[in-house]
Design a protein around this ligand. Sequence first.
Ligand SMILES: O=c1ccn([C@@H]2O[C@H](COP(=O)(O)OP(=O)(O)O[C@H]3O[C@H](CO)[C@@H](O)[C@H](O)[C@H]3O)[C@@H](O)[C@H]2O)c(=O)[nH]1
Ligand SMILES: O=C(O)[C@H](O)COP(=O)(O)O
Length: 299
Amino acid sequence: MNPLRVIRRRAPDTGPIPVQRPDPDNQRVAAVIPAKDEAERIAATVRAVRAIPHVDLVLVVDDGSEDDTQHLARGAGAVVVRHSHNRGKASAMETGAAVVAMRDVEAGPARLLLFVDADLGATAVNAAPLVPPVLAGKADLSIAVLPKQSGAAGRGIVTGLARRAIQRATGWAPTQPLSGQRCMTRAAFDASTPLAHGWGVETGMTMDVLLQGFAVVEVPCDLRHRASGSDLAGQLHRAGQYRDVAMAVAARKFRHYKQKVTRETSGEPAEDGRSPAPPAERAITENPQPRKRRRRSRN
Ligand SMILES: O=c1ccn([C@@H]2O[C@H](COP(=O)(O)OP(=O)(O)O[C@H]3O[C@H](CO)[C@@H](O)[C@H](O)[C@H]3O)[C@@H](O)[C@H]2O)c(=O)[nH]1
Ligand SMILES: O=C(O)[C@H](O)COP(=O)(O)O
């Protein structure tokens, strides 16, 4: 699997984005774990995440669970905040980032945000490789590429939709566009807010971050999660994912169109003086993960 895959999309004449980077040794990281009915795995996930270097705050956002998620998370050492009713994953991430901001020291460097799903259990410690590239300033957003998951029954429909949309918008085709295990700077997070709703959050975030000149890296991480099966629940889940990804993509297309019309009618240059972003400017791919090719029939 590819150990490192970086893409940087930046307008040609803008130069690097000025980012105030603190001493990497002192940079702190907040792990944000959105969780809905995760009683079975949340304690193991929290304990594993606490062992990741630089993590000094583990925040579980209980997204209206009906089970014991919040108590188990607290018992395992997390700070827990709770939505009184279910609002979806993206909303839980926004709540988490807002709570972290309140706990960041004023005038001090903002913590990096490490988003980790609640169902990773003990393997969550293997999200650790997401931190160093962001810490070192090599990327503003790192995304985990997971190994093949046992029991996964998807047919690549939602993944394909997300990947193609990101590629059309940015020139880059991510390996796992839906992967929610991500580490990012506060600036990159702010660039992707308001987050796309629900399951569209990762697709919208990757587009927003890349189109605003930030750098993204894909990092292989040996993580295991509860993969969706082929039963009715699994298919309904995928339908919801498809809907949210399609909505995130449509919203960004509309935004792009609106900005274009505004510029054309007012004669103004592109937003904040930048020229429209060019195709993918830099991509480093070492030992890339082979992608399945469709066989063409000879007939
Ligand atoms: O209303 C919800 C539903 C889920 N979750 C949490 O979100 C995470 C991901 O949910 P999961 O049911 O595990 O979804 P998957 O189908 O496994 O999700 C894959 O695809 C999603 C995008 O569609 C990404 O967000 C995930 O990271 C990726 O693993 C878990 O921690 C959940 O507890 C919430 O916080 N609120
Ligand atoms: O099972 C999965 O991997 C996700 O639910 C996405 O489904 P997909 O296989 O249609 O991309």
